[in-house]
Each structure stands twice: as structure tokens, then as C-alpha cells.
Write a protein that binds this ligand. Structure first.
Ligand SMILES: Cc1ncc(COP(=O)(O)O)c(C=O)c1O
Length: 484
């Protein structure tokens, strides 16, 4: 693959810059010699067509949800309606200064307030902060709220443990540990759900709470959820629900009714909005009555049809994000909620669950399903034992030759050679069929021509990369130098 430096010739330019209004020497004389470059920067010298073609070619090598099926489990890569982009790009939002006094940005405050009300309704919980910028940030915020609650009750330093099922999302233990809790892992039972006996054994006066991914990373809903939250509450702890998988029960069940005290929502997943590559996102957190006093400030309050900011919350954990969070992500997600309405949201979760179960049924005879229960929005297969030396990574790479983005691999950790597939509700049946067909053909190849898989991908612009090295040594510029 060529870089832009492989194109062009000395003296070629892509743009004509305006004449300098002053002699170059006079301008340079304003800078002390120590700050002046001794030679010009090494920039590519290309014509405009070369420049345009280079970047257009690069963009065509890329793969996104606008290019094709993207069944990346746990990431909810659904279609992002383009109208919402237009709405969020409205100058009334983009040109606002975040320090404007409340009286001068009533429209933006109305939008945030309305989103807060919608999410509280969806969660069935009385309080919210829209500040967190991502799911993991919402988790950390939730853990800090829990800490402040403990402090208020004189139990900080006494209740030091957070219980975490081994099917939890990886960010959950990380967030609990960052907030200063120690993490106790709970095993899953044969159903892929929390082992109730292990939970009862772990509960005690040193437990601050539990963090549950709902549904869990196997795509399975905890059937004993009410018993779990009741046991934790009886033991004096609180219940955190990771709601990044809300796509599975949106509009159908509410965490508040199941005993959740904190619940974060990944707007960039459930409510559409483009994401990936680390951002941008939004991870609002809803809370139960117990945690209302500790929510971040400022709170947006509506009185007599006007909105104002309330800072006077003496027990608040303070800010967790500058200004009001990622407001344009919030704007897009609100557009999604209002466009779909209650019925549309219910249809979205129905479609997500139907698509996942449809695909699971097609693949089940050929691929092993270690926890074979009714799937919610995603399901987990194992790539074990398909062919001589073939591993899940090989299956994922071979899928690229068939034109599909691979699913999430090697996660959750409790499934050997895991393939975690989340089709979402926005794909037509033909696409699901084509993906299933590719997976079945790959399984046959694994048996008859395993080398085809071990060397895959064969048709992509870049062949198999050393992914671990790419992450550990991100050399991103010519001539060396590590970025970050
Ligand atoms: C279940 C679950 N929890 C938490 C997160 C973390 O969210 P974010 O990537 O926005 O920090 C994810 C992200 O994929 C997730 O799938």
C-alpha cells in the first residue's frame, strides 16, 4: 500500500496559496533565529488530483457500517440514520459557546433536559447525569456515586468489595478498581448466569455492591435478576447495571423495576450515533432514589417553562466532564428516540433479538454454542474443533475475504475460542442469510482446506497483521517516533 509520500514530484502543489503581502525575509525577521526552521518541512508534493485520488482510495479500503455488515458483538454497530447527523449539525447547537448564561441557551438546555426525562423513563429511575462521555466513563461515575453513598453512611473503608460475574464486560472490573474497590469474581453456572449459591457465599458486611452486565456478555438475560438484586440489597449493598446492552430489552423492561441503583446507557450503541475508534460517545447514568444527592453538578431544572442550572448540591461528586458532556451525541440520540417513539423502540429491540436468534439457529448445527439458551441481542459461538489447527482468529480473517467485518473474537473470556455475534435490528434477512452462508462455507473450508483459513485474508489490501504489536508499538509517522 502506498503512502502519500510515494506520489508526486518536487514542485507539485495541490493548492495555490495567496501571495504574501510582505517580503518573506521581513516576516521571518520577526522570529528569533533559534525558532526558525533551517530547512522546509518534509511535506508531500502532490497535485490536487493525486491528493484526492490518494485519500479516496484509502477511504475505499476502509470498512464501516455504511459499507457492509458489521456484526461486532458488544459494540452494537447499527445503522446511523443520516437525518440525525443533519439535526446535530444545526448551527443553533454547533455554534453555541458552552459558557453562555442559561438564559441565552434555553434551546440547548431544553434538549438536554428532555433527553434526561426520556432516559429516566426508559430506565424507570428517578435521577440522571448526562455528563459521562462513554460507557466506561459512566461506570466510573457510578462507582464514584456508590463511594459517596458509602461515605455518607460511614461505611467507606468497611464495604470495600464489588462483586462481578465472570461474564461481565471487561470495563466493569476496571472501573470498580479505578474507583478504589477490590473486585471479587463470581462464577457463572451451567446456564451462563450468575451462580446464586456463589453469590450468597460472597455477600457480607464488606460488600459495597454488584456490577451486572444486563444481558451478560453471553447475550443471556439473568433469569434470577430479581433474586440477585434482592439478595444484594438485603446484604446492604447496591446494584450497578451495565446498560450497554440495552438494545436487547429497550422499551420492554426497565432496570429500575429490577432493582438497579445505577444504570449506564451507551447512547452511541443503543440509540444509534456513529462510533468506533474510541469515540465520540455518551454514557449517561441513571440512579435510584438512594443516589440522587450525589449526582454530578450542574443539574438542569425546568421551572415555569424555563431551564436553569443548579449547582447547589453539597453532596455531589462534582463534575465528571467539562460543560454538559458530548451534547451533539446526545442530540443525535434524542432525535433517534423521538423519531422512533415508544412503539419504534420496542420494535428495535424485538428486531435485534429476532436477528440474533435467527442467525444462531442457522449456525448452531455447525458451530458449537457453549451456552445454548434463548439469545438476546447477541450470541456466542466457539470456533474450536472446526479443522486441523484452525482457530477463531482464522475464521475471523477468512470472513473478510467474503466481504464481512468479523465478529468480536476471544470475548467473553469464559468461552474458549469465542466468536461473539451481534447482528442488530437494522440488517435485512438477505444480509443475515449471506453472512450465515459465508460462515458455513468457512466451516467446510476449515475441514477440507484449513490452510486457506490459516493464511487469510487473501483479498484485502493488507494481509494478516501482527495485531498485538500494532497496539504495543503504534508507530504512526514516517521516520519513527512513537505517538502517544
Ligand atoms: C457491555 C459493555 N459495557 C461497557 C462498554 C464500554 O463502553 P465504552 O466503549 O463506551 O466505554 C461496552 C463497550 O463495548 C460494552 O459492550
Amino acid at each position: 500500500m502506498s503512502t502519500i509520500y510515494d506520489h508526486g514530484a518536487p514542485g507539485r502543489r495541490a493548492v495555490a496559496l495567496p501571495e504574501l503581502g510582505q517580503a518573506e525575509e521581513e516576516l521571518l525577521a520577526r522570529f528569533p533565529p533559534s525558532l526558525r526552521r533551517r530547512e522546509g518541512p518534509r511535506l508531500p508534493e502532490v497535485s490536487q488530483p493525486e491528493l484526492v485520488r490518494h485519500y479516496t482510495a484509502l477511504s475505499r479500503m476502509n470498512y464501516g457500517v455504511d459499507t457492509g455488515f458489521y456484526p461486532l458483538g458488544s459494540c452494537t454497530m447499527k445503522h446511523n440514520p443520516k437525518l440525525h447527523e443533519d439535526l446535530a449539525r444545526h448551527p443553533g447547537f454547533t455554534e453555541l459557546h458552552p459558557l453562555l448564561p442559561a438564559e441565552e441557551c434555553q434551546g440547548a438546555l431544553a434538549l438536554l433536559w428532555e433527553m434526561g426525562e426520556c432516559l429516566k423513563g426508559i430506565a424507570g429511575m428517578p435521577g440522571i447525569t448526562l455528563q459521562p462521555a462513554a460507557g466506561a466513563h459512566g461506570e466510573l461515575t457510578g462507582m464514584l456515586l456508590l463511594k459517596r453513598w458509602l461515605e455518607d453512611r460511614g461505611e467507606l473503608g468497611v464495604r470495600t468489595k464489588i462483586l462481578l460475574p465472570d461474564s461481565a464486560h471487561g470495563t466493569n472490573p476496571a472501573s470498580a478498581a479505578m474507583a478504589g474497590f477490590s473486585v471479587v469474581s463470581l462464577p457463572s453456572d451451567r446456564r451462563g448466569m450468575v451462580d446464586l449459591a456463589a453469590l450468597e457465599g460472597a455477600l457480607g458486611p464488606d460488600v459495597a455492591g454488584i456490577m451486572l452486565t444486563v444481558p451478560n456478555t453471553l447475550g443471556i438475560f439473568e433469569e434470577d435478576i430479581l433474586t440477585i438484586t434482592q439478595l444484594v440489597h438485603e446484604a446492604g449493598g447496591l446494584c450497578y447495571f451495565d446498560g450497554a446492552n440495552l438494545n436487547a430489552y429497550l422499551g420492554r423492561a426497565r432496570p429500575g423495576d429490577m432493582g438497579a441503583d445505577v444504570f449506564h446507557i451507551n447512547l452511541h450503541k443503543t440509540f444509534s450515533t456513529p462510533h468506533g475508534g474510541g469515540g465520540p460517545g455518551a454514557g449517561p447514568v441513571t440512579v435510584s432514589e438512594a443516589l440522587l444527592p450525589y449526582l454530578p453538578v450542574p443539574d438542569i431544572v425546568r421551572e415555569d417553562g424555563k431551564y436553569r442550572l443548579v449547582w447547589d448540591r453539597p453532596k455531589s461528586i462534582g463534575r465528571v466532564h467539562p460543560y454538559f458532556g458530548n451534547t451533539l451525541v446526545i442530540a443525535k440520540a434524542l432525535a433517534y428516540i423521538l423519531t422512533l417513539g415508544d412503539e419504534g423502540l420496542r420494535e428495535a429491540s424485538a428486531g435485534a433479538v429476532l436477528a440474533a436468534n435467527y442467525l444462531k439457529a442457522k449456525l448452531k448445527g455447525t458451530y458449537r454454542v457453549p451456552y445454548d439458551r434463548l439469545a438476546k441481542h447477541e450470541f456466542v459461538l466457539s470456533g474450536e474443533g472446526l479443522g486441523d489447527g484452525v482457530r477463531t482468529l482464522d475464521i475471523a480473517k477468512r470472513l473478510m475475504d467474503y466481504g464481512f467485518h468479523p465478529p468480536t473474537v476471544y470475548f467473553p473470556l469464559i468461552v474458549k475460542e469465542a466468536l461473539m455475534i451481534e447482528p442488530t435490528e437494522t440488517e435485512p434477512r438477505e444480509v443475515l442469510d449471506a453472512f450465515a452462508e459465508a460462515m458455513l462455507r468457512i466451516a467446510a473450508e476449515a475441514r477440507d482446506h484449513p490452510e486457506l483459513l490459516r493464511d487469510a485474508p487473501h483479498t484485502t489490501p493488507v494481509r494478516r497483521l501482527d495485531e498485538a504489536r500494532a497496539v504495543r508499538e503504534p508507530w504512526l509517522r514516517l521516520g519513527g517516533g512513537c505517538v502517544g
